[in-house]
Design a protein around this ligand. Structure first.
Ligand SMILES: N[C@H](CCC[C@H](N)C(=O)O)C(=O)O
Length: 308
């Protein structure tokens, strides 16, 4: 089974193209593995287990998770994203740019405008190729969800948006925002001193978040510039987080700290976020392919990843 590794600002994923030979219009989940060997029947793999195995930087490929590109009945393709711990995320802002790049660079779509089905809805991408290869993409990320019950977050009365609330038992003051996946945004003065490694896991697992949460530590440089570090649900501190940058931008505007268009400076680089007047969030950033390879069948079998 062939894989590709791509990253957006150092937030990297191992991609499996399961569109089969039918390309984007193929039907049903999974398809033939590409390449001459007998393909591993996709139903034979435990995706959560595979995500943990490939993400391991020692015994695996090394990534923040696994992304499957699957046929879709309603879009050019369907994306499933699994974090490094095997949990499935609803959306991935950096990862979806990699899906667009794989589709376009391999000639599986011809248009620069592609639609990808995710658990957070069908999202539209505009791809920016140079010499036939995508370098950047703009993603229509949809509307932020602020109603705590839908984030989900057990905060406030569950309906009205909650801004800057102290979590029970913690010093942390968070603004919860969902971009289809949950985020707890904290504003800090000095990012270098932000307690990412101590507070990240504690807040990720805080009882206020029944599905856990991603945690963003944000310093506001000016009304158009944020600086951020992120502790990702299921992956730990990563170099960048697309949905997290969007959540940070929304929280910064809601709390009067920033305008509707910001550059978000992350350890891995800069993402541009705009929250337009019709309540839609746009994310733009680079995407790069690192390598392609083939998962070794013995490696898969030794990890119990192939059902007999
Ligand atoms: N850890 C996230 C998924 C990856 C999101 C992040 N890599 C992004 O670019 O949006 C979650 O469980 O919701």
């Amino acid at each position: 089974m062939e894989f590709a590794k791509l990253h957006g600002l150092g937030n990297s994923y191992v991609y499996l193209n399961l569109l089969g030979d039918g390309g984007p219009s193929a039907r049903g989940e999974g398809g033939q593995g590409s390449g001459g060997e007998r393909p591993v029947p996709p139903g034979a793999l435990d995706w959560a287990h595979l995500a943990r195995a490939v993400s391991d930087r020692g015994t695996g490929i090394g990534s923040d998770g696994l992304i499957l590109i699957l046929p879709s009945q309603v879009a050019d393709a369907r994306m499933r994203i699994f974090n490094a711990d095997g949990s499935e995320g609803e959306m991935c802002g950096n990862g979806i740019r990699g899906v667009g790049k794989v589709l376009y660079d391999r000639g599986l779509v011809r248009s620069r405008h592609v639609r990808v089905e995710t658990l957070a809805g069908i999202l539209a991408l505009e791809l920016f190729p140079e010499d036939g290869r995508v370098q950047r993409a703009r993603v229509q990320m949809g509307r932020p969800i602020l109603e705590p019950a839908r984030i989900p977050a057990r905060l406030g009365d569950g309906r009205a948006p909650v801004l800057e609330v102290r979590l029970e038992g913690e010093e942390a003051v968070v603004t919860p925002v969902s971009m289809g996946n949950p985020h707890a945004v904290l504003f800090v003065d000095d990012l270098a001193k932000a307690p990412v490694q101590e507070w990240g896991p504690r807040l990720e697992h805080h009882p206020a978040f029944p599905n856990r949460t991603n945690v963003e530590f944000v310093a506001v440089r000016d009304a158009a510039t944020l600086q951020m570090r992120v502790w990702e649900r299921g992956s730990g501190e990563t170099q960048a987080c697309g949905t997290g940058a969007c959540a940070a931008a929304v929280a910064a505007h809601l709390t009067g700290r920033a305008g509707r268009e910001v550059a978000v400076h992350l350890p891995g680089g800069i993402l541009n976020v705009r929250w337009d007047d019709s309540d839609v969030v746009w994310l733009e950033g680079p995407v790069e392919e690192v390598c392609q390879g083939r998962l070794d069948v013995e490696w898969l079998r030794r990890r119990g990843l192939l059902r007999p």
